[in-house]
Ligand binder design. Structure first.
Ligand SMILES: [Zn+2]
Length: 271
């Protein structure tokens, strides 16, 4: 499933090719995604210029003068830029044709993605309203994490993966960040010092940035906007390495189950 780094990789890849261009047309071949594709997109967007592409959690927001096109990649979706006239394949459900003879194409075999029109302000929309802190933005810090943890007793890994606390820190990235911060994934958030929260915030940010630099993580069939697969999965410290030696101390990496997800950690490095 595309995670925050894949979505951010897509966003950064599309920015120079899409922002500032006008939409020539929108073609919806199959509106049956997770929610029906908003009707009337072609009428609404024809001739309008893309002002910016932003990301909130795993949602992409294409900003237009009178509203926003929200795109979610669901379980299996990807956005690619294709030369105009490229014949659509079976799972190519939506094309946004742009000036410059290229089209932004949504491919989504499992159809859990979304393409919705949001009026201003986008942040008030039900899908975006309850989202937690953005881990790559300025407000994300040890202080903010400690404040959000106040009064809770949940395990720190569950806390990090709660989208109402922090957006987009999926299973891989939570495991990796906790390793780099030296914090045991089952430790209660009520028992983490302020210094360790600072270390964790820095580790979350660094883990996501290195995944973005590697072009995201490819676990199934995800490919970034120009079709290149990500490489982050080949450089994890703990994720997917049960029984293998820790790269820092040589102790065998262990796995445990938390909330029906596998967590990987080093018993030598993480307390
Ligand atoms: Zn270790």
């Amino acid at each position: 499933m595309p995670e925050l780094p894949e979505v951010e990789t897509t966003r950064r890849g599309l920015l120079p090719h899409v922002v500032g261009r006008r939409v020539r047309d929108v073609v919806v071949r199959n509106p049956s995604l997770r929610w029906p594709v908003s009707p009337g997109l072609a009428r609404r967007l024809r001739g309008e210029r893309v002002a910016d592409i932003r990301r909130r959690g795993k949602y992409l927001l294409f900003d237009f003068p009178r509203g926003h096109l929200l795109v979610h990649l669901g379980m299996s979706g990807k956005l690619t830029l294709v030369p105009e006239g490229t014949p659509p394949q079976a799972h190519d459900h939506v094309d946004v044709r742009l000036e410059g003879e290229r089209a932004l194409r949504l491919t989504d075999p499992r159809r859990f993605g979304a393409v919705l029109w949001l009026p201003d302000p986008a942040e008030k929309h039900a899908l975006l309203r309850g989202l937690g802190m953005e881990p790559l933005e300025g407000g994300f810090s040890g202080e903010a994490l400690a404040a959000a943890a106040g009064g809770r007793r949940v395990a720190v890994k569950q806390f990090l993966m709660n989208g109402q606390v922090v957006t987009g820190v999926g299973n891989i990235y939570a495991s990796e960040a906790l390793f780099h911060a030296g914090i045991h994934p089952a430790r209660s958030v009520s028992r983490i010092s302020r210094e360790r929260w600072d270390r964790l915030a820095a580790a979350v940010r660094a883990t996501l940035e290195s995944a973005i630099a590697a072009g995201g993580t490819t676990l199934r069939d995800y490919a970034s906007f120009d079709g290149h697969a990500g490489a982050f999965q080949d450089q994890t410290a703990v994720y997917g390495r049960e029984g293998e030696p820790c790269r820092a101390c040589g102790t065998a990496i262990r796995a445990l189950r938390q909330g029906q997800r596998s967590t990987f950690y080093c018993p030598g490095c993480q307390r």
